[in-house]
Write a protein that binds this ligand. Structure first.
Ligand SMILES: Nc1ncnc2c1ncn2[C@@H]1O[C@H](COP(=O)(O)OP(=O)(O)O)[C@@H](O)[C@H]1O
Ligand SMILES: [Mg+2]
Length: 432
């Protein structure tokens, strides 16, 4: 098996303390527990992020006739993977097994193992209607959206009840494998920041496309890395078109992955781009701490990364307690603190969360700030001699930084009477 994922699923409310605040919440979730069937048309997206009209439903036939995609036969893909041989298996997600395969660069037909170009072929588990819907969703979105930080879809196959997808091969696998797989070489701080920037670019592109796309399943296993460690988003099975007109959200069945899904979405099924921002915050926490969003081997509050990490994020003197020990202290204190503050804002109350474009801007600044890149153990409690990174507090001893965000969100470091950070006291400059 490529990795040890829990399957993607409807998020199980019973596993989260965060959604049990009211009877409404409980019943909203229960009603979402059943499979909701809808017609097999999906909203369209513009060819480019900058153009397009309002989404109009596309029929399955229209989606599959995308000029960018090759329709493969099952036989071709059997040949390309040596009949889906076990040693060609490179990953498993909630909905499919992923195999390495080879196709001819020019004709795209199957070629001998080891010759031509390498592709990743996802064969969906027989999930009935839901599996087909996810497969069609991937073809719909990835067939039309093109960006350096989205994985490329080469083609698809529909044959009887078999559904397959053919993607560009991402040789370094998923971020999840690098962060959590036993024996994996630890990811350096610089690489973690690069991955965060790339992933933020991908999400930002989706959110700012004329016809907004909400990704809905942002997590470490869906961030893939190419040979140069460029990160790309894959797995568009749960992607959804954003609200249009005056609508503030899209009402959906609650889908996603436990630990990454935004609490307000789990409680209400109301999907907005801010749900992706929350998930992005969780991945930032995974990058900082090297811990899984949910870890059932731990006890109590430590099972849920957000609950466990939150109290440490706003205090630079405490932050080291949650930092990934695999980094062996090789990270810049200020840079780490800025990422922690950003994560805190992303996992805060929905209305006050930054937009992905703002998160991206903050991370880009961080990645180009030399001082923030260079690892250092020694700057732990000093800093008065070091240059102040942009948008951090001028007082290097203060645990209260300014927001790393472009529009200077109020610091989430307002203290509660008990002295703990209270992110929900943030106020949005956009007056949302
Ligand atoms: N293009 C690819 N290149 C390399 N590995 C991939 C590729 N696509 C998927 N994988 C591996 O397979 C795993 C599951 O793929 P994913 O598309 O997320 O499936 P699912 O829809 O079932 O969640 C990923 O986490 C990754 O390890
Ligand atoms: Mg996946």
């Amino acid at each position: 098996m490529g990795n040890c994922l829990e399957g993607r699923s409807k998020v199980d409310n019973s596993l989260s303390s965060r959604t049990s605040t009211s009877g409404t919440t409980q019943s909203a979730y229960k009603s979402s527990n059943s499979l909701r069937l809808s017609n097999l048309t999906l909203p369209t997206n513009s060819e480019k992020s900058t153009s397009g009209s309002l989404p109009t439903p596309r029929s399955e036939g229209e989606i599959l006739s995308s000029p960018h995609l090759k329709a493969f036969t099952l036989n071709e893909l059997k040949n390309a993977t040596r009949n889906f041989r076990q040693d060609n298996l490179i990953g498993e997600g909630g909905f499919g097994y992923v195999y390495k395969g080879w196709i001819d660069e020019h004709t795209l037909s199957a070629s001998r193992a080891g010759s031509g170009i390498v592709v990743a072929i996802k064969k969906l588990k027989p999930e009935g209607f839901q599996g087909h819907k996810e497969w069609l969703s991937e073809v719909n979105y990835l067939g039309q959206l093109h960006h350096p930080n989205l994985v490329k879809l080469v083609g698809y196959c529909v044959d009887g009840s078999n559904r397959l997808l053919v993607y560009e091969y991402m040789p370094k696998g998923s971020l999840e494998n690098h962060l959590f797989r036993r024996g994996a070489r630890p990811l350096s701080w610089a690489k973690r920041i690069r991955v965060a920037v790339d992933a933020a670019r991908g999400l930002s592109f989706l959110h700012n496309s004329k016809e907004q796309v909400i990704y809905r399943d942002f997590k470490a296993s869906n961030i893939l890395l190419d040979s140069e460690f460029n990160a790309k988003l894959s797995d568009f099975g749960l992607a959804k078109s954003g609200p249009t007109g005056d609508r503030t959200h899209v009402s959906t069945q609650v889908m996603g992955t436990q630990g990454y899904a935004a609490p307000e979405y789990m409680a209400t099924g109301r999907l907005t781009a801010k749900c992706d921002v929350y998930s992005f915050g969780v991945v930032l926490l995974e990058l900082l701490s090297g811990r899984h969003a949910v870890d059932k081997t731990k006890v109590g509050v430590e099972q849920n990364l957000v609950d466990w990490a939150r109290p440490y994020l706003g205090d630079r003197r405490k932050l080291f307690r949650i930092m990934d020990t695999k980094l062996e202290g090789q990270y810049p204190q200020k840079g780490a603190f800025m990422v922690a503050i950003l994560a805190l804002q992303c996992i805060g109350e929905a209305k006050l969360r930054p937009q992905m474009s703002e998160v991206l801007h903050a991370l880009e600044q961080l990645s180009t700030t030399k001082q923030s890149q260079s690892p250092s153990h020694s700057r732990l409690s000093t800093g008065s001699h070091s240059p102040v990174p942009p948008r951090l507090s001028s007082s290097n001893h203060s645990p209260v930084p300014k927001s790393p965000l472009k529009h200077n969100f109020p610091s989430p470091m307002n203290k509660s009477p008990r002295g703990s950070p209270v992110p929900h006291q943030l106020k949005s400059p956009r007056g949302l």
